[in-house]
Write a protein that binds this ligand. Structure first.
Ligand SMILES: [Mn+2]
Length: 354
């Protein structure tokens, strides 16, 4: 079905075929997800069956999972990409779209297949992937449940005397024990002054009383990712900390109520930014409000002041305002499914208690 949709777009764009080498795109079209770095290629011609070219060690698994296309084992001793070069040369297409080629591969093709024009069409596949179907939404809901498990484990573990990496380990362990395929991205546990760094990862810093601790994490289920951030204060929050956290909750909620099909992504961003600006803190909100999530942790559409995107039902986006003052930062984030008339929060873990 997804391959049929791709073929329709190929026809509209007057392309003879599409060469798909991004592994998540290959999974999206065939149902076969290989490990990072595996040299797979999916060739989808406008006419005829799609073929997935795999090295010998991926062949059996690919045949089991990819039921909607031919699967060809590239002979041992033949470099998988040389096989693609030959295939394209044999078929003599005039224009072939591609999603994602390293520059060296691109140069190889322009040399080996000089009669074929290559056209970079990342948005063609991106446009399909950003609207999730029912099965993808089921997977994302499950990923969200596992993500909540991680967030709660993190909140339970945070206390004075514990190191950031211990909290990160507890978060990831809790998610994996319940069925997560791994961490959706490098878990962030950023405490004290490090809370001011939006992508703080986790270090050996010992958490102390009075710290803000930003935990940004996500689980993976059937390849689908989810994203949540919670910020907790160790002990009683200062009035400044409490003000910032309350402001973030208000900004997040205000933006959330604007989410629905047809709304401009930048308008959703503006809602959160306006709430924060009312307290004069908008210059400390140094990133966009959110991003699409799916097989990739960051994918279209983007919620930011510069975004040209318009939300569609079936998009899954984050709603994550943050304020980063010198020495103290905070962010809260939930993953939201866009419906025709409203948004639906997929992540539901409690915020914090004091
Ligand atoms: Mn995020």
């Amino acid at each position: 079905m997804r391959i049929t949709t791709l073929k329709k777009s190929l026809e509209e764009q007057r392309l003879d075929a599409c060469l798909v080498t991004n592994l998540k795109n290959i999974y999206y079209f065939t149902g076969f997800l290989d490990i990072e770095g595996a040299p797979l290629s999916l060739l989808v011609p406008l006419d005829g069956a799609a073929t997935l070219f795999t090295p010998p060690l991926s062949y059996e698994a690919a045949r089991e999972k990819a039921g909607n296309c031919l699967v060809e084992k590239v002979s041992k001793g033949v470099k998988p990409f040389n096989r693609i070069s030959k295939e394209l040369a044999d078929r003599q297409f005039s224009v072939v779209g591609f999603d994602d080629l390293p520059i060296a591969r691109y140069l190889q093709l322009t040399k080996d297949v000089a009669s074929t024009r290559l056209s970079h069409i990342p948005s063609l596949v991106g446009k399909l992937r950003r609207v999730k179907d029912e099965q993808e939404i089921d997977f994302m809901k499950k990923a969200a449940e596992l993500t909540d498990v991680g967030a709660l484990a993190g909140m339970e573990c945070v206390r004075a005397g514990v190191r950031e990496y211990e909290v990160a380990a507890e978060i990831e362990y809790a998610m994996r024990r319940r069925g997560s395929e791994g961490a959706a991205f490098e878990t962030v546990v950023a405490s004290g002054p490090r809370s001011a760094h939006p992508h703080g990862l986790s270090t050996d810093r010992v958490i102390t009383r009075g710290d803000a601790v930003v935990m940004d994490l996500g689980a993976v289920y059937h390849g689908y990712r989810c994203d949540i951030t919670r910020t907790v204060i160790v002990g009683k929050p200062s009035s400044n900390q409490a003000d910032v956290l309350n402001l973030l909750m208000e900004a997040q909620e205000d933006a959330f109520t604007a989410i629905r099909e047809g709304v401009e992504a930048k308008a959703v961003d503006r809602r959160a930014r306006t709430v924060i600006a009312e307290k004069g803190l908008d210059r400390y909100f140094i990133h966009g409000l959110g991003h699409g999530v799916g097989l990739d942790i960051h994918e279209p559409p983007t919620l930011s002041p510069e975004s040209e995107d318009v939300l569609e039902a079936g998009n899954v986006v984050t709603d994550e305002p943050g304020i980063y003052l010198p020495g103290f930062g905070a962010r809260i984030e939930d993953t939201v499914l866009v419906h025709e008339r409203c948004g639906e929060k997929l992540t539901k873990a409690r915020y914090f208690e004091w």
